[in-house]
Ligand binder design. Structure first.
Ligand code: GLN
Length: 490
């Protein structure tokens, strides 16, 4: 039997009923990684350690004492550390950097008997929307290999979609979990800022970054969140807020929930078939008893500009540490220290990372700080207030995750602005620090996945998981309703 077709919780039942062994599961996933190696979803494969861990889990099962995530075969975005293994961030500058400690998020999963099978590919330092800027080559979308997997957690999304792992950790600074999840047809959750510890996550833009799960099913994401979420004294921005049992939220009920459709998210630039699919989802929720309301987030138009000013400003500061002295790559031909810094950084960083360091340094420089950085901070506040106002009246928002389905490899690599625009529906959520989930809600006429995004109140991941689970269970209904065009609510 091919166990890789099942989600984690199904596999867990099979393990507990002794219908399979964890070691056999791991072998099947390793085979799929091998077969699908051309997708380039993984930078490092940790087969020895995965086999050892699997043997240990099998022993524990035999003894009847196991963790909540026993048998979870996990991919970890290569921006998150695992002690003793390389953490490259998809960059030449860290291509040989071995992590001295394990990230809290990973450690919590390991403590519940999850098995890390490899480190997934990404845009260099998580800067991108297509997973094409990695030093280790582009990730291909398993649904259509001529297309991008989305980014920056494209390796994590592709690995889950191609059954190379059961679930994966990604990171989301402006959409990097949700957008690749949407492009590859899997579930991706970006938790509230502060909900999951960032200790052991290599910083891109510290006031935006969050770790979250990508999985085959909503309930798997809920199971992962039960363990990932919670306070960590090692992360000064970690929130000390009680963690509910997210699996209990999945009660298949949406009746009475109020769902807002922000009108700014359905205007120009949105692909017609994506729009129809979200419309069908909204109508289906309505017929199941949810209350659908049109709402407005008037400062949405400033989100992309504010995000790319603030995120690059933070990135330019965070990436200062890669100077050839303490981490990774160093130029050895340099004449003096200054020269070594310059050569190391020139050789070590790719084009997109350099572009962002320059942009970030520029917006922070004296004379321009007020005009760009400060103004962007003000826009961030206005965007946050828009959400606060609206989320007082509705339980959550429903939007497309991305304006299009997965685009072709190379289609946007020469046009950074076009690339940045593919984040138009996701970046605001990070500017406001809110939780967001992308759940598959349909396919276009070429069979390419479409994702619906749900955005909620701070620390209310439960409502998002509940509605996403409902959408997932009612996929077929949705596809049928797409044909009945004239009753659109958008
Ligand atoms: N695509 C966005 C960027 O390039 C978001 C990346 C992310 O979320 N890590 O910054």
């Amino acid at each position: 039997m091919d166990y890789t077709q099942f989600d984690f919780l199904q596999n867990r039942d099979l393990l507990l009923n002794k219908e399979t062994r964890c070691q056999d599961l791991v072998e099947q996933y390793l085979q799929n990684m091998n077969k699908g190696a051309h997708l380039n979803a993984f930078i490092s494969i940790m087969q020895d350690q995965a086999r050892e861990q699997a043997a240990r889990v099998d022993q524990k099962i035999a003894r009847g004492k196991i963790g909540a995530l026993a048998g979870l075969v996990l991919g970890v975005k290569d921006l998150i550390t695992v002690e003793g293994f390389r953490t490259t961030c998809g960059s030449k500058i860290l291509h040989n950097f071995v992590a001295p400690y394990t990230a809290t998020a990973v450690q919590r999963l390991l403590d519940q008997d999850a098995i890390v099978i490899g480190k997934t590919n990404l845009d260099e330092f998580a800067m991108g929307s297509s997973s094409e800027t990695s030093y280790f080559g582009a990730v291909k979308n398993p649904v259509d290999e001529n297309r991008v997997a989305g980014g920056s957690s494209g390796g994590s999304a592709a690995a889950v979609a191609a059954n190379q792992c059961m679930a994966a950790l990604g990171t989301d600074t402006g959409g990097s979990i949700r957008q690749p999840a949407s492009f590859c047809g899997v579930v991706g959750l970006k938790p509230t800022y502060g909900r999951v510890s960032r200790f052991g996550l290599v910083a891109y833009a510290s006031s935006f970054d969050q770790i979250g799960p990508l999985s085959r099913s909503v309930r798997d994401s809920a199971a992962l969140m039960n363990i990932l979420a919670g306070y960590d004294p090692m992360d000064s921005t970690s929130a000390n807020v009680a963690v509910p049992n997210y699996l209990h939220a999945l009660d298949k009920k949406v009746k009475g929930l109020v769902i807002g459709l922000p009108k700014e998210y359905f205007s120009q630039g949105l692909d017609e078939q994506v729009k129809q699919s979200i419309d069908a989802t909204a109508r289906q929720l309505q017929s199941a008893g949810a209350i659908i309301k049109s709402v407005s987030l008037p400062h949405t138009e400033y989100a992309i500009a504010a995000y790319y000013i603030l995120a690059t400003a933070e990135a330019s500061a965070n990436l200062e540490r890669y100077d050839g002295v303490r981490y990774g790559h160093r130029d050895t031909q340099a004449a003096n220290l200054e020269d070594m810094y310059e050569k190391t950084r020139s050789q070590g960083f790719g084009q997109e990372v350099k572009r962002r360091i320059m942009l970030g340094t520029f917006v922070l420089s004296s004379g321009y700080y007020d005009a760009y950085y400060l103004k962007a901070q003000k826009a961030r506040t206005l965007i946050k207030q828009d959400f606060e106002r609206v989320l007082n009246r509705v339980d959550c928002l429903l939007t497309p995750t991305a304006p299009t389905v997965a685009f072709r490899q190379g289609e946007k690599t020469d046009d950074p602005l076009q690339m940045y625009l593919s984040d138009v529906y996701t970046v605001s959520v990070n500017l406001a620090g809110l939780p967001g989930i992308s759940v598959p809600c349909g396919k276009n006429d070429q069979g390419l996945p479409i994702g619906a995004q749900l955005v909620g109140r701070p620390f209310d991941e439960e409502t998002l998981l509940r509605i996403a689970d409902w959408i997932e269970s009612n996929q077929n209904l949705m596809t049928n309703r797409m044909d009945t065009e004239n009753e659109s609510i958008l």
